[in-house]
Write a protein that binds this ligand. Structure first.
Ligand code: EPU
Length: 343
């Protein structure tokens, strides 16, 4: 018989978010299976309580108080099928720590997610913002997502095409009260080749005396690159990139480039992707500290919490950064971490 999910009252979430912002939830519920998620969705509806899904809290700005039910997956199963000569399909529970999955795959010589090494967070959160780094993104390997549809309380399987993946975006992000992701299915390749295009990868491999012909080489190099560039949330609490890289039209890029010839721009199908970090840096924000919050000294895209602040102080800083980038470059920045709404 299925155990009932565990409901904890007045749960302290300071350890449950990588910004270490003070936050307390009216209810926290751990769910180990999709059936348990259905039970929580049904019970929340019956009790007229709002629901918020929290993974490892690496991409959220929590308010001091959440009157909602906070649902947290503890499904940590990784299950591979028998595989074919060239690929293996892997079912990953929403509660699996993402970097554990990256290592699991690389240790078995499986390609497809090695450049996504050392990204904080859970597998269940990965499709929400279609995590991406160093030339790979989740959408490249994701076959389908299993999720509970909150309106019907039914377990559904959404094929990749139904997930609406985009740059740091998906249907799950656009429909924040629509779904609770319970598992992913990825197709990993036995015979992949390394993605080496992103600046710094080749040099880091060389520095480590690695060739990059096995996925684990890539995991080692990417982990070192990220460790050097991005502050470790354990020592300086943060939520990774705080803004998306904005995409503008080619005409807009030409205008910006005339005034700022060094502004990095990458051509993407939708236009030209600009570097938010570069613009924030040029506005003088990198390393700046204001009260208990600030901008990381090593990377202008990362806002940090030195301690003693709450979510509203961080959001006020983010607002000021957005305003100065708008005034100086005429470009609008979109925030990446989600902000749960509470009554
Ligand atoms: N730059 C600055 N100042 C800074 C940091 C960077 O001028 O303080 C310049 C760099 O010189 C470079 C450009 O900005 O020309 C881009 O920097 P970087 O290579 O660090 O990449 P990014 O575009 O800022 C994105 C992702 C990161 C991911 C890296 C590598 C977004 C919003 N962020 O950052 O994701 O690790 O590429 O692929 O797309 C995360 O989501 O937490 C994250 C770190």
């Amino acid at each position: 018989m299925m155990d009932a999910p565990r409901w904890c009252e007045e749960f302290d979430l300071v350890e449950g978010n990588t910004l270490r912002l003070p936050s307390r939830a009216r209810w926290l519920v751990h769910a180990a299976t999709a059936q348990q998620v259905v039970a929580v969705v049904d019970e929340s509806r019956a009790r007229n309580l709002e629901l918020w899904v929290l993974g490892e809290g690496s991409n959220v700005v929590l308010p001091p108080r959440l009157e909602t039910v906070v649902l947290h997956s503890i499904d940590e199963r990784i299950e591979a099928d028998a595989g074919r000569h060239d690929c293996v399909d892997v079912r990953v529970g929403a509660g699996v720590h993402w970097d554990r999955l990256v290592h699991w795959a690389a240790e078995r010589g499986l390609w497809g997610i090695e450049n996504l090494a050392y990204i904080p967070g859970s597998a269940g959160a990965a499709p929400v913002q279609n995590i991406g780094a160093y030339g790979q993104e989740l959408a490249g390997t994701c076959l389908r997502v299993e999720a509970v549809e909150r309106s019907s309380g039914r377990i559904q399987t959404l094929e990749r095409d139904e997930c609406g993946f985009g740059y740091r975006d998906s249907r799950f992000r656009r429909e924040p009260t629509g779904w609770v992701i319970t598992a992913l299915e990825l197709r990993l390749s036995r015979a992949g080749c390394p993605v080496l295009d992103y600046p710094g990868i080749a040099a880091t491999l060389a520095e480590l005396n690695l060739v990059g012909d096995v996925p684990m080489d890539m995991v080692r190099a990417i982990t070192m690159l990220r460790r050097r560039k991005l502050p470790d949330p354990q020592s300086l609490p943060n939520a990774g990139s705080f803004f998306k890289n904005p995409v503008v039209s080619e005409a807009e890029f030409r205008r910006l480039h005339a005034d700022h010839p060094e502004l990095p721009g990458t051509v993407v199908p939708e236009g030209v992707k600009l570097s938010a970090a570069w613009m924030i840096d040029r506005c003088g924000w990198r390393g700046l500290r204001r009260g208990g919050v600030g901008v990381a000294p090593s990377h202008a895209l990362v806002l940090v919490h030195y301690g003693g602040a709450d979510g509203s102080e961080l959001l006020a800083l983010a607002d000021d950064i957005r305003t100065s980038v708008r005034q100086r470059f005429g470009v609008e920045l979109e925030q990446e971490p989600l902000v749960p709404q509470s009554r």
